[in-house]
Ligand binder design. Structure first.
Ligand SMILES: NC(=O)c1ccc[n+]([C@@H]2O[C@H](COP(=O)([O-])OP(=O)(O)OC[C@H]3O[C@@H](n4cnc5c(N)ncnc54)[C@H](O)[C@@H]3O)[C@@H](O)[C@H]2O)c1
Length: 316
């Protein structure tokens, strides 16, 4: 039986991944320290769902935890833990980003090398690209982060590549393009749009709504992780994982309203420093190397996420 470690398992992506791994028969250890980036009760619900599905969930902070012990007997590490979000990564917030995103990744890579882990899959980000001259971005484009968050995600990706180059550790970095779906983080646009569509406040729109984003449904992200764990690829590989759903924010607001059957109330706010005007990724490399392509169209995914938000109302 394969034994996997999912870091950040109580978070949005990590909780879906943990469940999928258990469902296919893997033995799964999850680790999370329940950072206060958003309400802990949300992560507690994810954690109890995971525990009941059969994941062994350890509460530990990877900045200080005995990572060698955590990696004992592990074949594949799915490293999802991190401090997410662009906007709080400025000013005094930056230290948290360096610690959770860069330092933690280095600790895990050291232990993975020493323990002979078979594959180390890292949750990288489209934010490594920053603003590019042409879209969709390709892995051959030079990364140029536009936010402190993006700098830390790229630094951790470089750490993966250099552990691969120096030590032959079999790393694969997946550059996620804006993930959405049930359990999406409360700070993310589709989450806030769904809440606004259900009459729970107004949607704060930063800037004039002209930014373009490519969204990727969480099940497709999970599928890319599973494929990345087993694919026959060179150590240090990095790949775009993009959902094929590029949309202007203004149109996204209208789409959520259309699915919900109400116009979303908007609270106009100035643009946020660090928010790139556009993201969008070419996925030829992931298709060729992982045999992966996204399956869930934006409209279907939003309908599923909205249904999840409605169900939260029942729980409250
Ligand atoms: N959601 C997206 O659109 C997106 C896009 C690109 C990249 N990513 C990356 O994917 C990963 C998962 O993102 P998410 O949206 O699920 O975020 P999330 O905040 O929901 O999950 C991350 C989890 O990691 C945990 N964590 C952070 N630091 C830790 C530490 N030191 N020790 C143990 N646990 C720790 C947090 O408590 C949290 O539960 C992150 O690395 C993020 O940078 C996400």
């Amino acid at each position: 039986m394969r034994r996997a470690l999912v870091t950040g398992a109580a978070g949005f992506v990590g909780s879906h991944l943990g469940e999928a791994l258990v469902a296919r028969g893997d033995s799964v250890v999850g680790v999370d320290c329940f950072t206060p980036y958003y309400d802990r009760t949300v992560k507690d619900v994810n954690a109890s769902t995971l525990r009941s599905s059969g994941v062994e969930l350890v509460e530990a902070d990877l900045r200080t935890a005995d990572v060698a012990a955590l990696l004992d007997g592990i074949d594949v590490v799915y490293h999802q833990a991190g401090q997410p979000g662009v906007r709080p990564s400025w000013s005094s917030g930056f230290g948290e980003y360096v610690e959770h995103n860069v330092f933690v990744t280095q600790r895990l890579l050291e232990a993975a090398r020493d323990r002979g882990v078979r594959r180390f899959v890292y949750a990288s980000s489209s934010s490594v690209y920053g603003n590019q001259a042409r879209y969709p971005t390709r892995e051959s484009d030079l990364p140029a982060p536009y936010s402190p968050y993006g700098v830390t995600k790229l630094a951790a990706e470089h750490l993966c590549s250099l552990y691969a180059a120096n030590w032959g550790l079999s790393t694969v970095s997946l550059r996620y393009f804006t993930v959405f779906g049930p359990r999406q983080r409360p700070d993310m646009a589709i989450h806030r749009l769904c809440e606004a569509a259900l009459g729970r406040g107004r949607f704060s729109r930063f800037g004039d709504g002209s930014v373009v984003r490519e969204f990727t449904y969480v099940d497709d992200i999970v599928a890319a992780n599973l494929a990345a764990a087993d694919a026959d690829v060179a150590p240090g590989t990095y790949l775009n994982v993009a959902g094929g759903s590029e949309i202007v924010l203004r149109d996204l607001i209208a789409l959520v309203g259309d699915i919900a059957g109400v116009a979303v109330a908007i609270d106009e706010q100035p643009p946020m420093p660090g928010d790139s005007p556009r993201n969008g990724g070419a996925i030829d490399r992931a298709q060729a190397l992982l045999g992966w392509s996204p399956q869930v169209p934006l409209r279907d995914g939003i309908a599923a996420q909205l249904a999840w938000h409605r169900a939260q109302e029942v729980r409250r």
